[in-house]
Design a protein around this ligand. Structure first.
Ligand SMILES: [Zn+2]
Length: 422
């Protein structure tokens, strides 16, 4: 079976038409739909995705089914990627002998949502929980367990030997024979999405789902709203509390306190007291108007998990402090400022620019130059960066993310407040 990323003009037009129709059905799936990298796969017989967002299409087999069918199939594949079914299958310990069962289980977990969103073709022919006597609105893991005694185990397929016949490795099922092995270009198949690009598409989709649900509750199927909530997990750091505490300290200094012992003592304190029992103070001093600059470390050392953790914290800063637009400027920084954007929801900063070396000092200096000057600069980083020797002109809060956050926290400068987000 030969596969190629080169589509004919007719195939490109067909795909564009199916995508347009899919966008009418589920407009909030746009980031995922546009993240797909089409590959023509004659002989596949259907659609499939790999975890690098390549979409394999047997145009000859699927086009005769009609545009509506194909649009809904695109959405079905997008839901596998949004649900992160490949990673979840791995976490669940799905082995080669269970690929088909997982494919069915993950299909059940998304098809009820697709039916609720108005996918009428899929409602007629797709695998739905009721056909197995199972309830709607459950996870792939739930259906996997429930199916264990309802469907015969398929013969062991020998692990990715090319007889998958399902939705592709992007669903956690067996890789199809046409699939390229990794994210890199292979033969005539172009490169897939990097882990960060894939994560960004999920975050942007989650943000769009949340937005659509906020505007018209009940319009977005519940399973997708839940998944969006999981992707945009609640922030780990109580930003309101951190900032209030920090501003209180600043105010004490500004008030002309001659109690140098007090200020020195506070500066030496390695992190803010955030433990149980600390009071949440919402004082007047963080009003009337907050303006925050966020320096987001986008250097190469920031992996997919760290970037996702940073996104979670930015969401938390925006929602807990009630800032956005002019009052929440996000600078993507590696050794220089790669992007400077006003925050208007997660989707507005989904793409992380930079990915080179690291110097958060550059970002702090650039943030201090912003006009109006931000009330505080929050640096979100894994901590693997040099820091400026001199205290910057603006208050700085360093928030460390990632596995090593605790370990490298002591390397963050004395002049900054430190918070660990793990
Ligand atoms: Zn599927």
């Amino acid at each position: 079976m030969s596969a190629t990323s080169e589509l004919t003009t007719e195939q490109s037009e067909q795909l564009a038409a199916w995508r347009a129709l899919a966008l009418v059905i589920m407009p909030y799936m746009s980031a995922m739909l546009f993240s797909l990298r089409p590959v023509q796969a004659p002989g596949l017989g259907t659609f499939a995705v790999d975890k690098h967002h390549r979409l394999y299409v047997d145009f000859g087999a699927v086009a005769p089914e009609g545009a509506r069918f194909c649009a809904e199939a695109l959405l079905h594949e997008c839901c596998h990627l949004f649900g992160d079914h490949a990673a979840r299958a791995e976490a669940f310990g799905v082995g080669p002998g269970e690929y088909q069962q997982w494919n069915v289980a993950s299909d059940l977990s998304i098809n009820d949502d697709l039916r609720d969103a108005g996918c009428s073709e899929l409602a007629k022919i797709g695998l739905l929980p009721e056909k197995f006597g199972l309830p709607d609105d459950e996870t792939a893991e739930f259906y996997m367990r429930a199916l264990a005694d309802r469907m015969p185990k398929p013969p062991n397929r020998g692990g990715g030997n090319g007889q998958g016949g399902g939705c592709g490795s992007g669903s956690g099922a067996a890789p199809e024979p046409c699939e390229a092995p990794g994210a890199e270009a292979s033969g005539q198949v172009g490169a897939g999405a990097s882990a960060a690009e894939a994560e960004n598409a999920r975050i942007a989709t989650a943000a769009h789902i949340r937005q659509a649900h906020g505007k018209q509750p009940g319009k977005v199927p519940g399973g997708l709203v839940e998944m969006a909530g999981a992707v945009l997990a609640p922030p780990k750091v109580p930003w309101r509390q951190v900032l209030a505490g920090y501003m209180r300290r600043c105010a004490a200094v500004v008030a002309g306190s001659t109690d140098t012992t007090y200020t020195r003592r506070r500066r030496r304190q390695p992190s803010l007291p955030l433990g149980p029992g600390s009071k949440v103070v919402m004082p007047g001093m963080v009003t009337p108007k907050l303006s925050i600059a966020v320096v987001r470390d986008t250097s190469g050392s920031m992996g997919q998990d760290e970037l996702a953790a940073v996104m979670t914290e930015i969401e938390g800063i925006a929602s807990q402090l009630g800032v956005s637009g002019d009052d929440l400027v996000v600078l993507d920084v590696d050794t220089e400022v790669a992007a400077k954007r006003k925050y208007h929801g997660a989707a507005s900063i989904a793409e992380a620019h930079g990915r080179g070396g690291t110097d958060m000092g550059t970002g702090i200096a650039a943030a201090a130059q912003l006009r109006p000057r931000p009330m505080a600069v929050i640096v979100l980083s894994d901590g693997y960066t040099p820091w400026p020797a001199e205290k910057p002109a603006v208050p700085v809060i360093v928030c460390l993310v990632g596995e090593d956050a605790e370990r490298v926290a002591h390397e963050a400068p004395e002049w900054a407040a430190k918070v660990v987000a793990t």
